[in-house]
Design a protein around this ligand. Structure first.
Ligand SMILES: [Zn+2]
Length: 86
C-alpha cells in the first residue's frame, strides 16, 4: 500500500517537533541492540532525529530512542553518530 499523503510527518526523538520525514534521519535497532542508521528502512520500528547535534543530545538525555523503539539499546555510540549530524 502506497500512501498518497504528500508530506508524511515524523516526530524527532530529540526536540519532539514534527517534520517532513525527508528532513530527518531514521534510526532503528540492530540485532545486537546497537542503534543503526536506516535511511531507507521500511521494516521494523524507526526513530527519527533532526540531523543536528543538539537534537542528538536531547534524544540521549530523554532516552528518546529507547522509548520510541521500545527496546533496551546497548550504549549508544555518540561519537559514531556525530558523523551523520551537522
Ligand atoms: Zn529535533
Amino acid at each position: 500500500m502506497i500512501s498518497e499523503r504528500p508530506r508524511p510527518l515524523r516526530t524527532c526523538v530529540g526536540c519532539g517537533e514534527s517534520k517532513n520525514k525527508e528532513a530527518l534521519l531514521r534510526f532503528s535497532a540492530g540485532p545486537d541492540g546497537s542503534l543503526v542508521l536506516n535511511l531507507r528502512g521500511r521494516t521494523g520500528r524507526g526513530a527519527y532525529l533532526c540531523p543536528t547535534r543538539a537534537c542528538l543530545e536531547l534524544a540521549l538525555k530523554r532516552k528518546g530512542f529507547q522509548r520510541t523503539l521500545k527496546v533496551a539499546l546497548a550504549e549508544i555510540d555518540k561519537e559514531g553518530m556525530l558523523v551523520f549530524l551537522s
